[in-house]
Write a protein that binds this ligand. Structure first.
Ligand SMILES: [Mg+2]
Length: 100
């Protein structure tokens, strides 16, 4: 089992044990929410947004939330993220060669 597969399994087990909703549509919405929190934290830390009570975690902490939900979303649909990462890297390399 790859490291990514192990992480997907760990996250899936944690999500189930914490009683998280396993509906992919709901997980996707939470992922989008976390991406918004990540953007807000980045804007605050880069000086583009003033701090307020809605910005409680750091940019890197929010990235952890995004990663958790990305792994959880993939697992909820039986998607192997390592395979998809390999696909994306090959796709990007092909595009880079075609563009040059
Ligand atoms: Mg968050």
């Amino acid at each position: 089992m790859s490291d990514i597969a192990k992480l997907q399994k760990l996250v899936d087990e944690e999500a189930v044990s914490m009683g998280h909703n396993r509906d992919p549509k709901i997980i996707l919405l939470f992922l989008l929410e976390e991406l918004g929190e990540t953007a807000r934290a980045f804007l605050k830390e880069s000086g583009h947004k003033e701090s307020n009570d809605r910005i409680v975690e750091s940019y890197k902490q929010e990235l952890g939330d995004v990663f958790f939900l990305l792994l959880s979303l993939a697992s909820s649909r039986g998607i192997n993220l390592e395979e998809q990462l390999d696909y994306t890297i090959k796709k990007l390399k092909t595009r880079t060669l075609e563009d040059s």
